[in-house]
Design a protein around this ligand. Sequence first.
Ligand code: PMP
Length: 368
Amino acid sequence: MRKIYNFSAGPAVLPEEVLQQAREEMLDWHGSGMSVMEMSHRGKEFTSIADKAESALRELANIPANYKVLFLQGGASSQFAMVPMNLLGKKGKADYVNTGQWSAKAISEARNYGSVHIAASSENEGFNAAPPLEQWRISPDTVYVHYTPNETIGGVEFQWTPDLSAAPGNHDNIPLVADMSSNFLSRPFDVSKFGLIYAGAQKNVGPAGLVVVIIREDLLDIAPLAGTPTMYRYKTHADNVSMYNTPPTYAIYIMGLVMEWLKKQGGLAVIEQRNIAKAKLIYDLIDTSSFYHCPVNPADRSRMNVPFTLSKPGLDDAFLKQAQAHGLIQLKGHRSVGGMRASIYNAMSLEGVQTLVTCMREFEKNHA
Ligand code: PMP
């Protein structure tokens, strides 16, 4: 058993069983005489690892057959460019929902490639809420709508999947694009409601270096913008089963182990219940205390990233020191917002969250 609880926003805690298995297999994977890191990505050993990782993901997320799963590199940040480069097509116009710092990055990148319309924004609420669908104004000529289901820094999470056909206005059946980096596989979700989903691996899925893309096949027929590099074309990777170049092999292997771990836990519905229970422990404490504060609208609070402040900011360092003494690390809030942030992804145990809550109570008693 490890002695610390790691609340990092990403790279983040991984299931201990996964790390142990990786350790056992480090020098000699299944009698192959090789570490996974040493295998040819085209060899039969690694091909079986990648196939298994994909099929476990497909099973867990119930991914329909008309969606491709791609294992790419460049982080979720490269998807901020890859999405518009591949999907804007001739119309050149996309709608974005602005709910905080990560959507803002996606928006500013998309503006390099076409015209961006902000369909909804929570800016007037200080980016502390998810704009309800009734407020969305989708342009009639948009080619996709992009949103960020979980804002990792602001701690705002959509508890619902937008049904664009029910959004106000006169628009066609438009693909929904989601940056699911920080809540991917934390709950069941209906892939068929999306045109494209992308998620950096380093939160709920595995090590940094891998980004998972799930794309509906018909979107691969859109011609990418002129000048789109070969590596930035989804079709390149779809046509080559993510083996156009050397993929991030070790990250894919660890992701496969995390998928097996998730299956063993009982799948996404079970993980969701655990995530609800963990988040509730912290939010309940915050809501019954005048010492801790969370700025996010209660209905839109993230189950993955819990930002909170102390009523006396001068105590931040003392809080972090006490937390460290309890074995609780990486609780400092994002540099842009300050305060604290507890990231409680799938692999964070209930005991870890209970220990945090006990520590918070004790700190409040001694300092309120
Ligand atoms: N989107 C979201 C929601 C994120 O949380 C992050 C990383 N924290 C990113 C995008 C960027 O990911 P990467 O660092 O993998 O490019």
